[in-house]
Design a protein around this ligand. Structure first.
Ligand code: PMP
Length: 432
């Protein structure tokens, strides 16, 4: 608080006009969030002029760091030509082509303004396609903030049924009646229990939605056998398999579905594909996507004034064009270096830890492994994690408050090394 008086002053004014001073729950922390003034490369500068190295990159979005020249140039050029049109634009076609070329499950795609709208449409498309209403989701899985998916996340496990009989629990007030009846909850990474629960509901399920790397739970990668089981279940039952790759798309050029070699029927995207502008997308098999065709009667309604906004699309194309296979390899190597560094520090300080992740994503969990699913993660030391998060802020490093992060190409070995040394100082102080 001593180093952030300006943030505090802005926040106090903000609280008069916005509930608790902001518009995103996911980045609120006590006693108040830090306000950002500017960001360039790997460095984010706050309202007091304090600089921090960015290891979360706008909740995994800024994969090239802040203000990369090719993306700024593409966005500026388009801005000169118009900010928003009432007709389609060519950048949308270029971005759609890039996504369809890279993502194994994409025959066709449509754009939205958020990952929330993207997951909403995958579930709606599955319901329309199958004529069924229920869908299965993983306990603890976050898919945005529409009614259907605000179920069984950030819950107290003791109020959510037995581990092998999880019950849907509302994770927000204000959900429509009946939302909980539509959700079937399965544990992550448990092939046997999840398959039994899915089979019990096989006639009713329109879809199973899953993150191949669970983000909000703490960058927990799927066991490949789990994803294969879901693919088999979908094939056997007629339910559609939906991957929420809003976060995990950054692990490989074709996303986690390429990384794992498991192809879903539908995929939701967001974050990196807009180069830092608001974005989402959903896509998949052409027979499912045909439900959005106006010529064929547009069975599914899908409007949106800013869908496929030309500036967003131009920035997205410029971003993806920078993301060559070499870039993914380099990011994965750097992130592995960071994971090993954290493990080494914790081992020396005798602090049990499990460091998770895939590709450029990582999560730090204090406690003993193995960590397979939400209930395992819920039992780790959240109090220590919270104190380490604030400690890292004070040392000059940005993470998410549950100690997850995502690297950008603006970071190198020097910064990763500095991060690990900062982490050592912070953890040492907490354990002293
Ligand atoms: N799905 C996942 C896995 C996410 O991490 C998020 C956002 N953090 C969303 C969906 C929702 O995306 P948005 O915030 O763009 O609505």
């Amino acid at each position: 608080m001593e180093t952030t008086p300006q943030s505090r002053a802005i926040w106090e004014e903000a609280c008069r006009y916005l509930p608790d001073g902001d518009s995103r729950h996911s980045i609120f922390w006590n006693p108040y969030p830090i306000f950002t003034e500017s960001a360039r490369g790997a460095v984010v500068t706050d309202a007091d002029g304090v600089e921090r190295l960015d290891f979360i990159n706008t909740m995994t979005t800024m994969i090239l760091g802040h203000g990369p020249a090719p993306v700024l140039d593409a966005a500026r050029q388009q801005m000169e030509l118009g900010l928003a049109y009432n007709s389609p634009n060519r950048h949308q076609v270029a971005l759609a082509r890039l996504l369809c070329e890279r993502i194994p499950s994409f025959d066709q795609v449509r754009f939205t303004n958020s990952g929330t709208e993207a997951t909403l449409n995958t579930i709606r498309a599955a319901r329309a396609f199958t004529g069924r209403s229920k869908f299965a989701k993983v306990e603890g899985g976050y898919h945005g903030t529409h009614d259907a998916v605000l179920v069984s996340l950030r819950i107290d496990p003791s109020a959510a049924g037995a581990y092998d009989h999880p019950e849907p629990v509302a994770s927000s007030a204000g959900l429509a009646d009946g939302v909980l009846d539509q959700a079937v909850i399965v544990p992550y990474n448990d092939v046997e229990v999840a398959r039994r629960i899915l089979d019990e509901n096989r006639e009713d399920l329109a879809a199973v939605i899953v993150e191949p790397v669970m983000g909000s739970v703490g960058m927990l990668p799927a066991d490949p056998a789990y994803l294969t089981m879901l693919r088999d279940f979908a094939d056997d039952s007629g339910a559609l398999l939906i991957f929420d790759e809003v976060i995990s798309f950054r692990v490989a050029p074709g996303g986690a579905q390429e990384y794992y070699g498991v192809t879903p029927d539908m995929t939701a995207l967001g974050k990196i594909i807009g180069g830092g502008f608001p974005v989402g997308a959903f896509g998949g098999r052409s027979d499912i996507m045909a439900q959005y065709s106006p010529v064929n009667g547009a069975a599914i309604a899908h409007g949106g004034t800013f869908n496929a906004n030309p500036v967003t699309m131009a920035a997205g194309v410029a971003t993806l064009n920078e993301l060559t296979p070499t870039v993914y390899r380099r990011l994965a190597e750097l992130t592995e270096m960071l994971r090993q560094g954290i493990r080494q520090v914790c081992s020396e300080l005798e602090q049990p830890v499990v460091v998770t992740g895939a590709g450029s994503l990582f999560g730090i969990h204090f406690g003993h492994g193995p960590l397979n699913h939400y209930r395992d993660i819920a039992s780790t030391d959240k109090d220590l994690a919270g104190r380490v998060f604030i400690g890292m802020l004070n040392e000059g490093f940005l993470l998410a408050s549950n100690l997850v992060g995502a690297l950008s190409t603006s970071l190198g070995e020097v910064e990763v090394d500095a991060f690990v040394r900062g982490f050592r100082r912070v953890l040492q102080r907490q354990l002293d």
